[in-house]
Design a protein. Structure first.
Length: 366
């Protein structure tokens, strides 16, 4: 596949347009080398990497029946081990579950952290060690969950009622960025009254001028949040988002773009805008090196890596999972393991009853 530069950059102008430049890079090897042949579970990896399935929908793992349609996820430190939390994107009976790992990677426990919610798609981790699980449903909610299983999950209604996709916390400006999965969705930020407590606060939307304006009625009893501010900037199907080093990266599936919002300056860049190698942009995370790992919803069923040098190349591929999508990429706290799921697995069933959750171990750049 061709290695492509990330095409467009520019600031948000008063008219809402982007100054756009373009560049191309020649073909060549990716930062981790070519992909090898797929293993028994269909996973193709670069040299030096190994993978395994750690959970499958409907099958027991450490005493828990793993949920259907695994989606967004994140990792949390747990003594000398770690925890991986995963959402369940099914209607009415969704929620989230957790896998607890020992230092050697053994699964020690599995348990639910959220139950009885609707279409839990993506979300995001907080700096204070909780998981924000987002409902991708009309008038969807954000639930704050305890990944360690000690406290009940709570809805954070001040964060708005809309088709939530993902969340990313900015500890410098003390805000939470939020994406909306609608063809005319918006990019929001939530300013809690007290950082670390999401019970109260102000929901704001990015406008075409680059300013943030308050959403008058976050509960949206009559008018959708995305329609309440006349000059709100609209995005074509907001998906994953991830904050790293004063930048919130987020994806939009309708136009297959990866965006970069520079929180320190207010500049908005289109970081990736090409048909290949990355197609069907969805969940996004980052390695300690600053490399972005972007999952595909369909496409070639790949996770692509976008380097700081502004090139994109496949990092892994799933063969035989053509009716599925890749979800929930997240690194273990030490950066040595990457977790993700094939939401519908090999069978591709609409209910996600064959979901596979994977772990990849190897020499990730740190």
């Amino acid at each position: 596949m061709l290695r492509r530069t990330l095409l467009r950059t520019g600031a948000v102008a008063a008219a809402g347009s982007l100054w756009q430049g373009a560049a191309r890079a020649s073909s060549g090897p990716g930062p981790y080398g070519p992909l090898g042949p797929p293993g028994p579970d269909g996973l193709a990896l670069p040299p030096g990497f190994t993978g395994r399935v750690v959970a499958r929908s409907g099958r027991r793992v450490a005493g828990l029946s793993w949920h259907a349609a695994p989606d967004g996820g994140a990792c949390f430190p747990d003594g000398d081990g770690w925890i991986y939390v995963s959402n369940s994107e099914i209607p009415l009976f969704g929620g989230a579950s957790a896998l607890r790992f020992a230092a050697d990677g053994t699964i020690r426990d599995a348990y639910r952290v959220l139950s009885g919610t609707d279409l839990n798609c993506a979300g995001g981790a907080t700096p204070w060690g909780t998981w924000l699980s987002c409902e991708e449903a009309p008038r969807g909610r954000v639930f704050e969950c305890d990944p360690y299983g000690g406290r009940a999950a709570r809805p954070r209604l001040a964060m708005g009622r809309f088709k939530h996709e993902a969340a990313a916390c900015d500890p410098v400006r003390e805000v939470v960025y939020l994406t909306e999965d609608q063809p005319d969705g918006c990019f929001y930020r939530f300013r809690p009254r007290y950082w670390g407590d999401l019970t109260e606060g102000a929901l704001e939307v990015l406008t075409t001028s680059g300013a943030w304006k308050p959403v008058p009625h976050p509960a949206a009893p009559l008018n959708a949040t995305r329609h309440q501010v006349p000059d709100a900037r609209h995005f074509d199907g907001g998906e994953g988002c991830h904050y790293l080093g004063d930048v919130c990266y987020f994806t939009t599936k309708g136009d297959n773009r990866v965006w970069a919002y520079h929180a320190d300056t207010g500049r908005l860049d289109v970081l990736y805008d090409a048909a290949a190698p990355l197609s069907g942009v969805d969940n996004i995370t980052a390695a300690a090196s600053g490399e972005l790992f972007v999952a595909e919803d369909g496409g070639d069923m790949e996770i692509n890596v976008i380097t700081p040098g502004r090139t994109a190349e496949p990092f892994l591929r799933l063969e035989g999972h053509g009716g599925s999508e890749i979800t929930g990429p997240a690194f273990s706290p030490d950066g040595g393991r990457l977790y993700f799921s094939s939401q519908r697995g090999r069978t591709g069933g609409a209910g996600g009853l064959d979901g596979h959750t994977f772990e990849v171990t190897g020499p990730f750049h740190r």
